[in-house]
Design a protein around this ligand. Sequence first.
Ligand code: ASP
Length: 538
Amino acid sequence: MRNLGGLVFIDLRDRTGILQLVVDPKKIPETQNLGLQDCVYVAGVVRERPEGQKNPKMATGDVELEVKKLEVLGKSKVPPFVVEDEVKAGEELRLRYRYLDLRREPMQRSIIFRHKVITAMREYLNKNSFIEIETPILTRSMPEGARDYLVPSRLYPEKFYALAQSPQMYKQLLMVAGFERYYQIARCMRDEDPRHDRQPEHTQIDIEMSFVNEHDVFKLTEGMFVHIFKTVMHQDLKTPFPQLTYREAIEKYGTDKPDIRFGMEIIDVKKYVKDSAPFKDKNEVRGFVAKSGNAVSRKKLDEFNAWAKKLGVGGIYWAKREDKFSGSIATLMDEKIAAVLGFDKGDLLLIAAGDERIFNFLGELRNEIAHELNVLTDEFKFLWVRDFPIFEIDEKTKKYVASHHIFTQPKEEDIQYIETDPLRVRGRLYDLVCNGNELASGSIRNHNRQLQERLFAVANMDKHKYTMLLDALEYGAPPHGGIAPGIDRIVMILAGLKSIRDVIAFPKTTTAQGLMEGVPDSVAPEQLKDLHIKLEEN
Ligand code: ASP
């Protein structure tokens, strides 16, 4: 609101943007008492702004509304923070008054963007003969990897429902029921330990199809992203996306979520340096060449070295190349080796040596160096990572657990090792990765009861909890598979945002609290009594 030469200029905001109002306070006295966040009704005449007062940066910058009538529909108190694009308020305050925070243009933009992405997903799947079916949120406790949120039953003392961790079981049952192509914008509730980009409830587009193999799921998903990019981003996305097996991803990039916007692929350098002092007795000696990596300072390299030591991978070895080689392993380098490694003038060679743990470390180092050298572009590079192991060892219990989820079909040739060498069993599992982020995950499922039971047994899972699925598999279940792209993360990445909370209208904090709702909260003693719950004295 600005007062100029007896006229008042007001920026009026609605969902579509801002319009300048011009009011003569003598004719409309209510203007004097207007507050910044009041809700108003106005009527008047749209006119061209006088020359020199046009604003080319505004969509409505050529015009203004000469107000003839103004009415305050809802008065606003002074808001707890200034509602402006570049908000200065901290996130806690913004979340406490989320309805005010959501009035800001960047928030409006990201929530509308989210709507467009979801609309494009629906359009694409509808066009491809999928049908949207809702599945229960109140279900039974069937741990799928995370801890369940439990809901005590009032009608049945000492019994509980659980909030669905995903529609996994139901979507498989829908395939048995003959729906063939299903999708759902599904809310998934998982009581996980807080992490910076995790929410207790997240949204995914859950998809399942009968009579498909990996290729069909990839093609369908790629088509969906092509459609999203075309309609929402106005960009053409190239398909098919490249594919790597899990093993290849780990060996080449040190992670199952590789960022392939830049090279710096990990190479096995053992044969070139194996007889030299630090490497002699090491199983794995691997590294990568950072193009123009000379720019990485000595201080940074020392920091990386300290970091490696902290992780128990023994430190880093490096060489830089100018006219001569320099650095801790300069003496091991010569023209011939450098040529094989693609280690040119201006580059930096980084090596780690030790056991399997160096892969993970080199993967993280590769990302750090990419940041350091500023080689991350804003393009989107997708790829599939497939054939993950079905089992891994749980660090706490030292037992086998499902590495993704247990409903995955093992690769035909690995079925023989289910009981004898579980870690060797690769699943028909796949992840869609973009710029170092996992955007979707899925698998071809078991549609055979015996096979599914064998996997439960190895993972020490109580098959009786899954009776509904196991029983169904005995009534002519079709082969089926699916995928579940995570909507929050997809929207965040496509919108170029850093926080998942910026694409969710009413998110929880990183510590799983709803600051606006004030949850979690205590409840009345009568409510607890109804639910047959007695709290422990504290
Ligand atoms: N149910 C899996 C998940 O929520 C996705 C899938 O396999 O389709 O992660």
